[in-house]
Every structure is written in structure tokens, then in C-alpha cells.
Design a binder for this molecule. Structure first.
Ligand SMILES: Nc1ncnc2c1ncn2[C@@H]1O[C@H](COP(=O)(O)OP(=O)(O)OP(=O)(O)O)[C@@H](O)[C@H]1O
Length: 305
């Protein structure tokens, strides 16, 4: 993709800090490129939902600022922009609890000028959501399906999804992924997604932002992250020889004269290996949780921040 500096930016955090948490969240510095899917990942309590609320302006930063599509209006988010932001919260809003899905959809149709009733109907049918049930009487998954149908029907320019698949059965989960992917093809929409589901990251995200203890550890392109870090087993090199291996992250002995390594750049490793003295026994790509673990420890993947 084009360099991030040349990209249009949907949301920018510039030194934003939110206090009043057990630990302050921030300072956050982040540029979310327009038209891409950015997955916020990180342990529980690291600050992902707080970042969503800052992006929605349901809370304000105590320091620094946030801008939307290149503007940081002093008087806050203008109505016209608010109406272009769709949000699926981690826990559904209480205000709509006593409405049926139909009533809540009517309410939202008035709020969003881009509301697409046909799309809403099609999604509700596809998800098999009971239309005349009060939202607080729905199962957790049914309620979540309504939230997703309603947020997609609003055709937002910026879509904030806080653990959207929580409570969804695998069929509905696949439908949701398909719908989100379809949305990305046809429209100039930016999606920020907070998730703990590896498959969701793999299937949707363009970029991954790792959040840890209220700080942004970094932002990387998903394909770079998944493609390059590898665990390899070799014979014929000890700790001394390994000093010459570029991109070595960790190593340990794993049997007689066998070393197990994690390397950040598969190609550099292949070149290093091709000298002849070192024998490659086997290799595997790291899983996301392993990659994130190393990243939190301070090993840097190709980063954009
Ligand atoms: N309304 C609030 N008032 C004060 N502190 C809060 C509030 N909401 C969250 N926190 C605190 O802020 C920190 C970050 O919470 P946040 O919900 O943003 O994390 P998260 O990364 O979304 O976690 P999870 O993965 O569990 O959803 C936590 O220490 C939490 O206790």
C-alpha cells in the first residue's frame, strides 16, 4: 500500500490521555488510515474500549487531542460527522432496552440520513432476528445480530465495532464477516475493530494495533506480521554463530545440537542458512498470540508508527 504519510487519515490520536482509569490510558499517538480495517488487539483492560469511546467522543481526552477526517473541531464532533459514525458497543445501550427491534430501527432511521431500510430488512431476515421482540428480551446473540444489522444499514463512513462477535453462533459470525467484507468492496468505509478472535483479525484486518497497559505498543500491517515471524529448528549453529543471524528474536536449545529460534525475517534467515554449515530441520509460522507476546516483550515487527 501507499506510505501512511500519503494516506488520508480517518482518525488521529495526538498525545491523547484519559485519566480516571486505574492507570491512565495514553499518551496515545495513532493515525488510522481511511478506507482500511484496523484491529485493536491486546489483553483485557489494556484500553481498547476506552479508545473507542474517545473516537466516538462519548468521553473526552484530558490531554492531547483527536481529529476526525483531518479536522479537530474545538466545539466537538459536528452532527453531520456523528451521523456518519456507526458503533456496536461491547455491551448494548440501555436506552433501547424496552424497544422492539422495529421501534429501534425506526429511531435509528431518523438519526442516520444514509439509513438503508432495504438493507436492514435483508440483514434481519438473513440473521433471523425476531423483529417484534423487545431488545432486552432477546438472547445475547439475537441482540448482537440486531446491532450489527442496524449498524450496517446506517451505511456509516466510520464503523467502530467493540468485540462485535461476542455471543454470535458460528453461522452468524460467518455472515457478519461476509457482510463486513462486502461493505469494504463497495464503500469508502473505515472500520476500527476491537477483538480477541484471531480468525476475525486474519479475515478482516489490514492493520493491527497492539494496545498494552494503556499504551499503543505499535501498528503493523497484518500481512507483514503474519508473514515474516517464524519459529525454526536448526542443526550446526551454536550461540556464537547465531550472533551473525539478522532478525533473531529468541533462541534456546531443543535437543542434542538442535537450536530452536524465532526469527523476524524469513528471507534473511534463508540467506543466512544457505551458506551450507547450518541445516534447517523444520519451521512454522507463529500464531497471532505468540506474535503479540513477543511484540509486547519489545521485539519490533515492521512498524508504521
Ligand atoms: N468508565 C470507566 N471509568 C473508569 N475506569 C474505567 C472505565 N471503563 C474502563 N475503565 C478502566 O480503564 C482500563 C481500560 O479498560 P477498557 O475497557 O478500555 O479495556 P479493554 O482493552 O477494552 O478491555 P477488554 O478486552 O476486557 O474489553 C481498565 O483498567 C478499566 O478498569
Amino acid at each position: 500500500m501507499t506510505e501512511l504519510t500519503e494516506q488520508k487519515i480517518a482518525i488521529e490520536f495526538a498525545g491523547a490521555v484519559k485519566r480516571g482509569r486505574r492507570k491512565p490510558i495514553g499518551p496515545l499517538n495513532l493515525r488510522i488510515p481511511q478506507g482500511y480495517v484496523v484491529a485493536l488487539v491486546g489483553p483485557n483492560g489494556s484500553g481498547k474500549s476506552t479508545m473507542m469511546h474517545l473516537m466516538l467522543e462519548t468521553i473526552h481526552p484530558d490531554e492531547g487531542n483527536i481529529s476526525w477526517f483531518g479536522a479537530a473541531p474545538e466545539e466537538g464532533l459536528p452532527l453531520t460527522l456523528r451521523q456518519q459514525i456507526g458503533y456496536v458497543p461491547e455491551n448494548p445501550a440501555l436506552e433501547e432496552n424496552f424497544m422492539t427491534a422495529e421501534m429501534a430501527a425506526k429511531f435509528r432511521a431518523r438519526w442516520y440520513p444514509t439509513w438503508d431500510q432495504e438493507r436492514y430488512e435483508a440483514l434481519m431476515t438473513r440473521f433471523e432476528v425476531p423483529r417484534h421482540e423487545r431488545l432486552n428480551r432477546m438472547s445475547k446473540g439475537e441482540r448482537r445480530k440486531f446491532e450489527i444489522a442496524a449498524v450496517l444499514a446506517a451505511r456509516p463512513k466510520l464503523l467502530l465495532l467493540d468485540e462485535p462477535s461476542s455471543g454470535l453462533d458460528p453461522f452468524a459470525w460467518k455472515d457478519m464477516i461476509d457482510e463486513l467484507r462486502a461493505l469494504l468492496v463497495g464503500e469508502d468505509v473505515t472500520i476500527v475493530l476491537s477483538t480477541h478472535i484471531v480468525d476475525e483479525v486474519k479475515r478482516l484486518a489490514d492493520f493491527i494495533v497492539l494496545v498494552h497497559q494503556g499504551k499503543i505498543v505499535g501498528m503493523a500491517e497484518k500481512d507483514d506480521l503474519f508473514g515474516s515471524w517464524k519459529e525454526v529448528w536448526i542443526r550446526g549453529a551454536g550461540p556464537e554463530e547465531l550472533k551473525t543471524l539478522p532478525g533473531l528474536l529468541t533462541f534456546c536449545e531443543d535437543g542434542p545440537s538442535i537450536m530452536k529460534l524465532v526469527v523476524s525475517d524469513g528471507r534473511e534467515f534463508d540467506e543466512w542458512c544457505s551458506g551450507g554449515a547450518v541445516q534447517l530441520i523444520k519451521s512454522r509460522s507463529l500464531e497471532l498470540d505468540e506474535i503479540l507476546g513477543l511484540w509486547i516483550q519489545g521485539h519490533q515487527p515492521g512498524q508504521l508508527l
